[in-house]
Design a protein around this ligand. Structure first.
Ligand code: PBG
Length: 326
């Protein structure tokens, strides 16, 4: 036998030498759910180990995460129903607690990179990412609302705007609005290939943001489609996106691979709430070895071609690294 692939797997040193993919903390973006008020730490049943934090507890947790070596974070607001309306006016209101929290985080941790979410759903009484009229999601009428939301977040000091709404033309609309207001340094990480997925369930529990009627299939992508992701990617690149995101990650590794090969922008992948929940549930039942399965999952997303990964596992991964378990 001339060729024996097992020779390259013989010892840890040899395996390390030929390892093709690495995952460092710099690749990870850690999501947080935030609420108004003080001393709030409200667990999310379908996301074991995660909570909705008020500003004080968020700052404490980010401090811990930064001690562990994480630097990039994304914040999602859980807004009280009484503040929601059809046009999501609270999303850019002066007294908005989410904007206050962005300011506080950037003041306390100027060296961190903070990303926002731009879409109407956390603030909309209809629970949709765009404006709803007669059961339809209006595209062009939604854009000015997304622009206002983005400019308000930029004024609060956000580093990266994350449009997750899937309206056509939103990247260009947001880019123009930011530039008009002098925020040409604020980046856009577009949710480029965001699929109409069942794996967002726990996230919608966390924010109480599920659509009040219908589903998101007229704006989020059909899980059956691959090449349509390229069309979205080219559009976002032309419209000025700085990063292209694929979401969810695990069922869409082929899409991550495709966009990495076919575009020249950094690719990020969102390892979504349902992907976290299913692994946690299996681990809690003793059906999977969490400390082995979790890093394998993250590595697979990197191997598929993601430069960055948004993942609820980020902090535990960083703890495992600290404890020399990786
Ligand atoms: C809102 C938004 C969603 C997620 C991120 N931003 C939910 C949705 O589109 O319904 C999902 C993230 C996750 O499941 O972890 N536009």
């Amino acid at each position: 036998m001339l060729s024996r692939p097992r020779r390259n797997r013989r010892t840890p040193a040899i395996r390390g030498m030929v390892r093709e993919t690495s995952l460092s903390l710099d690749n990870l973006i850690y999501p947080y759910f935030v609420v108004d008020g003080k001393d709030q730490n409200i667990p999310i049943a379908s996301l074991p180990g995660l909570s909705r934090f008020s500003e004080d507890n968020l700052l404490r947790d980010i401090d811990e995460a930064m001690e562990l070596g994480l630097r990039s974070f994304v914040l999602f607001p859980a807004v009280d129903d009484s503040l929601k309306d059809k046009t999501a006016t609270y999303s850019y209101a002066d007294e908005n607690f989410y904007l206050r929290i962005i300011r506080a985080v950037k003041e306390r941790f100027p060296e961190s990179s903070i990303m926002s979410d731009v879409a109407m759903d956390p603030y909309s009484s209809d629970g949709h990412d765009g404006l709803v009229e007669d059961g339809k999601i209006l595209n062009d009428e939604t854009l000015p609302i997304l622009e206002k939301m983005s400019v308000a977040q930029a004024q609060a000091g956000i580093d990266i705007i994350g449009p997750s709404d899937m309206m056509d033309g939103r990247v260009e609309a947001i880019r123009d609005a930011l530039d008009d207001e002098g925020f040409e340094e604020v980046a856009i990480m577009s949710y480029t290939a965001k699929y109409a997925s069942a794996y967002y369930g726990p996230f919608r529990d966390a924010l109480d943001s599920a659509p009040k009627s219908g589903d998101k299939k007229t704006y989020q992508m059909d899980p059956a489609n691959k090449y349509e992701a390229l069309r979205e990617a080219h559009a976002d690149a032309e419209e000025g996106a700085d990063y292209l995101m694929v979401k969810p990650a695990l069922c869409y590794l082929d899409i991550i691979h495709l966009l990495k090969n076919e575009t020249d922008l950094p690719i990020t992948a969102y390892n979504v709430s349902g992907e976290y929940a299913m692994l946690k549930a299996a681990a809690q039942n003793g059906w999977l070895d969490y400390e082995k399965a979790m890093p394998e999952m993250l590595l697979s997303i990197r191997r598929a071609g993601a430069d960055g990964i948004l993942t609820y596992f980020a902090k535990e991964y960083a703890q495992m690294m600290r404890d020399n378990k990786l």
